[in-house]
Design a protein around this ligand. Structure first.
Ligand SMILES: Cc1cc2nc3c(=O)[nH]c(=O)nc-3n(C[C@H](O)[C@H](O)[C@H](O)COP(=O)(O)O)c2cc1C
Length: 183
């Protein structure tokens, strides 16, 4: 199973729209996939007591990460970095088993012209620290509003091609590292 993580909880987020597109790409390849939306983080997880003891309502998200064959993290750029909620989500997951030797790849999107290069590189540092298997081909979506139509669907053929190519190659990467076929 591939888990596509939509890396913000902002209502109406473009990240969620791009994550939905990525999910659809894996479905079209017949690769089992689910979308994990950080907007669904349970309110209890934001209590400071969660560092010591995780609320039961968070277990469903944890279990999905621990069961994933591969993770696709879709991140926007917020103030030159990853959203606080995405880092908090990472910090709330069990250490070290959440990411140790788990295949991961990255998609970044931003209002600005750098297409979330900075947050994606921050994620590479974090997942590198956590000994994840990082897939090297990243996809960046600059000036994201120009690449989405009014219905929130991607309308940029070049970006669509890159996302498809990343999904095809990341699937092979995951299959070789997990030693099994995903479809
Ligand atoms: C708190 C916040 C900070 C942001 N900071 C940046 C930034 O540093 N650089 C940038 O290009 N866009 C920035 N943006 C714009 C986002 O990249 C833009 O909203 C984009 O659609 C992706 O985020 P979304 O999923 O919230 O829609 C920021 C947006 C928010 C809400």
């Amino acid at each position: 199973m591939i888990e596509v993580i939509s890396g913000t909880n902002r209502p109406g987020s473009n990240t969620r729209k791009v994550a939905g597109h990525v999910e659809a790409v894996y479905k079209s390849l017949k690769v089992p996939v689910q979308l994990l939306d950080l907007a669904a983080m349970p309110p209890e997880i934001f209590s400071p007591s969660s560092y010591a003891e995780k609320p039961a309502a968070f277990a469903k998200m944890t279990d999905r990460i621990l069961a994933a064959d591969g993770l696709v993290v879709v991140t926007p750029e917020y103030n030159g970095g990853i959203p606080g909620i995405l880092k908090y989500f990472i910090d709330m997951l069990p250490f070290p088993e959440s990411f140790e030797r788990r295949p991961v790849c990255f998609v970044g999107l931003a209002a600005g012209v750098w297409g979330a290069l900075r947050p994606v590189e921050q994620l590479q540092a974090i997942f590198g620290y956590r000994n994840a298997f990082i897939y090297p081909e990243r996809v960046f979506i600059p000036v994201v509003h120009n690449s989405l139509n009014e219905a929130g669907c991607l309308k940029n053929a070049e970006i669509e091609k890159r996302l498809e190519s990343q999904a095809v190659e990341f699937t092979k990467f995951v299959e070789s590292l997990r030693g099994k076929k995903l479809r």
